[in-house]
Ligand binder design. Structure first.
Ligand SMILES: NC(=O)c1ccc[n+]([C@@H]2O[C@H](COP(=O)([O-])OP(=O)(O)OC[C@H]3O[C@@H](n4cnc5c(N)ncnc54)[C@H](O)[C@@H]3O)[C@@H](O)[C@H]2O)c1
Length: 556
């Protein structure tokens, strides 16, 4: 999502218009459903939406297609630009839909920075299905259409502060409500939103992301009742004040009680959950209240689990404060606690009601935690491919880039979280495609288990697991060896291990065989044909795995 003001958190509304004058402007490719979404958003405010294509047609006095054919694209764009600039300045419009190509104009893009621009994200297949039988001049052949889609995508991404998946009907109204709330709230322009589709009554949940999201919780809070919190002790000491002040502002709920959890995985147990549940009961938490989780993946999993079972379910709002949580664990609704027998063995799915992801809190994260989180970034970037992979490869170590190039880090976090949202939306209950997120994890889990979770941080084990998975991908699926070379280089640059001295192979393979994500007793791995092209359920012979593991084993 675009940042309309660079650098440190801008004062509320700095680069844009005042919240009252700020419009919600819908942009996106042909067939994304912008006009319909604009009508629906306007209806929610009891007003009419402005639609640039309809108004342009009216002012041209003929269908757009006819004018376009006769006068050509540049004459059309000129007329379109003039009209759109006027619409964006009009005081009587709170919701505007723009034609798909309006963002080609630099002047329009500049003007959009005063408003909240929502990009209706549609994939090329769905867009083509919706427009192939129309008269649109730019939708005549499939190949040209796909090329244009790829070009335009970058323009939409550059202006958008909100991203809504256009395919989802179920969550559309709730997504529009959250986007309207963002347009009207007095929060920094650096805060954007991605809509996460999920099978909740609202059809999903908003992920507010960017510099200042931590202070925006109150202004963007859409739940009634009171807020209780489960917070990581260290994250609370460092960021609790900002979190509480944000919650309490702009009509948000004040904090009714906070339960602190000592750092580390020790409290992520059934006993730890019981302690929290009993404290919530003592404090009188009701089903109408919500539970906020302030901290890393441990607190997110633990609080999410407590929220799922407390009085058979209360809403959970995640406020992730580690890189692992910001790129991965805060989204997708997996909650749980550990058993002495195995990690994450007890739990359930409980989708968040909202997530507030503020990358500025990462500035206090110890270097080793940043490094561990970066392994998940590399995994996600390999799954996503494209620009995310390219950017991950070129990123400086995070301790440095957080200070020098915070925007690049934010872009990367947004890219990762949107990749996770996309994968989870397609397989919420982890019955198929969500397995893609396990890239590198079979070996990582085996290594962690074989060393009693003491020798390697999870991120370090993931780094090694990725190298194993990439080598197997070369052998089994013809992955270009340069991908593994690049991964190895970037992992090493970020201080992650690329070799280990550890348990013998047969022990590791034994642990891999106990992986709870196995199905039907086969050794199914997630492999990669190319960055962005994941293959799940690949049966790989033990001998090949042994070779790939042996390769990263240090000889003493
Ligand atoms: N639910 C999911 O989908 C999912 C996905 C991945 C991982 N997980 C789980 O996440 C957990 C790991 O999460 P994690 O890596 O975030 O670890 P964590 O929650 O233990 O946090 C790591 C450390 O960072 C500290 N910390 C947190 N925020 C800080 C901040 N802003 N500044 C300074 N210190 C801060 C904590 O006190 C802790 O010591 C594991 O239990 C794993 O099972 C869950």
């Amino acid at each position: 999502m675009a940042k309309v003001s660079a650098g440190a958190a801008a004062p509320a509304g700095a680069a844009g218009a005042s919240p009252r004058a700020r419009k919600l402007v819908l942009v996106g490719f042909m067939g994304a459903g912008k006009s319909r979404a604009a009508r629906r958003a306007a209806e929610r405010l009891g007003i009419d939406a402005l639609d640039s294509d309809l108004l342009l047609e009216r002012s041209l006095g003929e269908p757009i297609e006819r004018f376009f054919e006769r006068e050509g694209e540049s004459a059309f764009r000129e007329r379109e630009e003039a009209l759109v600039l006027e619409l964006l300045d009009r005081e009587d419009a709170a919701v505007v839909a723009l034609g798909g190509g309006a963002v080609k104009s630099e002047r329009v893009c500049e003007r959009l920075a005063r408003h909240v621009c929502a990009y209706m994200e549609v994939d090329v297949e769905l867009a083509w299905e919706r427009v192939e039988r129309s008269d649109r001049p730019l939708a005549r052949d499939r190949a040209g259409f796909a090329e244009l889609h790829g070009e335009r995508l970058k323009l939409y991404e550059a202006v958008a502060r909100v991203v809504v998946p256009a395919a989802e009907e179920a969550g559309l109204d709730a997504a529009l409500d959250a986007a309207l709330a963002l347009a009207r709230a007095d929060v920094p322009d650096t805060v954007g939103m991605a809509w996460a589709s999920a099978s909740t009554p609202a059809g999903g949940y908003p992920v507010f992301v960017g510099d200042g999201a931590l202070q925006a919780t109150g202004a963007l809070w859409s739940l009634g009742g009171r807020c209780f919190a489960v917070a990581d002790e260290r994250a609370h000491a460092l960021h609790g004040e900002r979190f509480e002040a944000g919650l309490d502002s702009e009509g948000g709920p004040s904090l009714a009680g906070a339960i602190l959890v000592p750092p580390g995985e020790k409290e992520k147990t059934v006993t730890g959950a019981e302690r929290i549940l009993r404290l919530l009961a003592e404090a009188g938490m009701q089903r109408s209240d919500a539970l906020a989780a302030l901290g890393g993946g441990v607190v997110g999993d633990l609080a999410g689990f407590c929220a799922a079972v407390y009085q058979r379910g209360v809403p959970v709002v995640h406020v992730p404060t580690t890189l692992v949580a910001q790129v991965d664990s805060a989204y997708g609704g997996k909650t749980g606690v550990d058993l002495p027998e195995a990690k994450n063995y007890v739990g359930c799915f409980h989708q968040p009601a909202a997530v507030f992801t503020d990358p500025t809190v990462l500035s206090t994260l110890p270097a080793e935690e940043l490094r561990a989180g970066f392994a998940e970034v590399v995994k996600t970037a390999l799954i996503a491919g494209g620009e995310l992979w390219t950017e991950a490869c070129s990123l400086e170590p995070l301790e440095r880039s957080l200070g020098r190039d915070a925007e690049a880090v934010e872009r990367m976090i947004e890219g990762c979280l949107r990749t996770k949202l996309r994968i989870v939306a397609a397989d919420e209950r982890d019955l198929g495609g969500r397995a893609a997120l396990n890239l590198g994890h079979t070996f990582a889990h085996a290594l962690e288990a074989a060393t009693a979770y003491e020798r390697f941080r999870h991120g370090e084990a993931v780094a090694l697991g990725l190298l194993v998975a990439l080598r197997l991908s070369e052998r089994e699926l013809g992955l270009d060896p340069s991908v593994r070379d690049q991964a190895l280089e970037v992992l090493a640059r970020h201080g992650l291990p690329t070799a280990y001295s550890g348990p013998p192979l047969d022990e590791l393979l034994g642990f891999a065989a106990r992986d709870k994500k196995r199905r039907g007793g086969e050794r199914n791995l997630v492999l990669l044909r190319a960055p962005g092209d994941v293959a799940i359920d690949c049966e790989v012979p033990d001998a090949l795995i042994a070779d790939a593991v042996d390769e990263i084993r240090e000889r003493s």
